[in-house]
Design a protein around this ligand. Structure first.
Ligand SMILES: Cc1ncc(COP(=O)(O)O)c(C=O)c1O
Length: 466
């Protein structure tokens, strides 16, 4: 291991310099031409391995910098990184207690704590490979709740219908595909102008399905939508779910951690009324990818839905049988993601995460005030959580397409200059710059610099050609 440790040491201390552009990757074809990535029959040298690691680190965006605003994670949770390394060192797997004893107990404690935050008093859960998989399992649980025989008999001509808002993450569509529901049977329920699902539209869509003799089985709300961070109204939608006896899921992959904050948790009031809840620890909690969980209100639902096989050689009915998490999962080998989450939670406590959220909410407020106070900048949606969607829009430019192109070019220019890394996104037909505030280290000055750059680049790109 000494050689590997030396390389790790150099990687941290020499190959990731403190001062470097947030992004410096050329286009894919150009990069492919620069690197020698070919694998061969004959093994390579130590130098070749080191060169590859160096290049890997050099060209990857520096997501730890406060200037990385592109995705729903940013910064570095060093304790969780350590946990990730130890996880690889142990190579535990999570199907049975025997091969991941401490990890199993840690995962069970995490699930207790997560359920407490959501309000599932008797809940259960299992860690999964990301929010998309959590949403898939949620839909599978709902399918099992509505028609348990599908597990063994298949759909048999039945049409099951799922409902998410038109702002929901695309993982719902993938889940409908994987589960044989058919993506045309996933209804995009209308949202209001702030991006929240309209409960009356949800009710109307369910009535429409019933009139067609279809089976409504899954309502997927979002707590913190991907583009604007909107929170669907849980209590009103829970009434609709109850009326029609439909499974209610909340996708809190991004916005779930707001539950840590006494000050802001009201955004997801009524979370305890749901049947299941998705939570990503690799987004706002900043644990290395992947770390996520599906939480379920009803004990036993996961095993009833996901189990199948393995009894003869793996899941022995011994004294630790109740601790074998594998029957709750659709995976066999499963990485022990619990350790990195547990270590960082232990270090920060609930209060540490609450403080991070409260601080970022404060920064978000300042950011919105700055946008609103500057020439030619405009907010495209209210910023409730940590997404700020805004754009550069000088009065003389008319037409959505022209403004859209200008803002896309602003994002690309900013990236090419090695300044802040932001991305563009569309909301209700208008394209803007999506700024994600996920890094607890981000400061007022970072945002000021970013907005200065947006205005400067916008002005430069907007010069009439000679
Ligand atoms: C609201 C929401 N749900 C689910 C996901 C998918 O999560 P993951 O990337 O962990 O699969 C995302 C990802 O951005 C998201 O924003």
């Amino acid at each position: 291991m000494q050689t590997q440790l030396d390389i790790l040491n150099r990687a941290i201390n020499e190959w990731i310099p403190d001062e470097r552009p947030v992004s410096q990757a050329p286009q894919a074809k150009e990069l492919a031409a620069k690197l020698d990535l070919a694998l061969a029959d004959e093994g390579g040298s130590q130098e070749e391995l080191e060169a590859a690691i160096k290049a890997y680190l050099h060209y990857n965006p520096d997501v730890a910098q406060p200037d990385f605003f592109k995705l729903l994670y940013s910064g570095q949770n060093k304790t969780a990184v350590l946990g990730d390394w130890i996880t690889s060192l142990s190579n535990a797997t999570m199907h049975t207690y025997q091969v991941g004893p401490v990890a199993t107990l840690m995962e069970m404690e995490l699930i207790r704590q997560w359920n407490k935050l959501v309000g599932f008093d008797e809940g259960e859960g299992v860690m999964v490979a990301g929010g998309s998989q959590a949403n898939l399992i949620a839909m599978m649980l709902a399918r099992h709740h509505a028609c348990p025989d599908i597990k063994t008999e298949g759909l048999k001509g039945r049409t099951l219908v799922a409902y998410t808002s038109d702002q929901a993450h695309y993982s719902a569509e993938k889940a409908a595909n994987v589960l044989g529901i058919g993506s045309n049977n996933l209804v995009a329920v209308a949202s209001d102008e702030d991006g929240r699902m309209l409960p009356e539209a949800l009710d109307a869509e369910i009535e429409k399905s019933l009139a067609a003799s279809h089976i409504p089985f899954f309502i997927g709300l979002t707590a913190g939508t991907t583009v604007v961070g909107a929170y669907d109204p849980v209590e009103a939608c829970a009434e609709v779910a109850k009326k029609h006896n439909v499974w209610l899921h909340i996708d809190g992959a991004w916005g779930g951690p707001i539950l840590f904050s006494e000050q802001h948790r009201h955004n997801v009031a009524g979370s305890q009324l749901a049947d299941s809840f998705t939570w990503d620890a690799h987004k706002l909690m900043n644990v290395p990818i992947t770390a996520a969980v599906i939480l379920v209100k009803h004990k036993g639902a996961l095993k009833a839905t996901c189990s199948g096989g393995g009894g003869e050689y793996l899941f022995h009915e011994d004294e630790n049988a109740a601790y074998n998490l594998g029957e709750r999962s659709i995976q066999c080998g499963r990485r022990a993601d619990a350790l990195k989450v547990w270590l960082s939670w232990k270090e920060m406590g609930n209060q540490g995460f609450a403080a991070k959220i409260d601080k970022l909410q404060q920064i978000r407020k300042q950011c919105v005030e700055m946008v609103e106070g500057r020439d030619n900048l405009q907010m495209l949606a209210p910023a409730v959580y940590l997404n700020v969607l805004f754009r550069y829009e000088p009065q003389h430019i008319q037409g959505e397409e022209a403004i859209r192109q200008l803002n896309i070019r602003i994002c690309k220019t900013m990236m090419a200059e090695g300044n802040a890394y932001v991305d563009y996104a569309r909301f209700k037909g208008r394209t803007g710059i999506r700024l994600i505030l996920a890094n607890g280290e981000v400061s007022h000055d970072d945002l000021q610099r970013l907005l200065d750059n947006v205005q400067r680049i916008g002005r430069e790109l907007d010069q009439p050609a000679d």
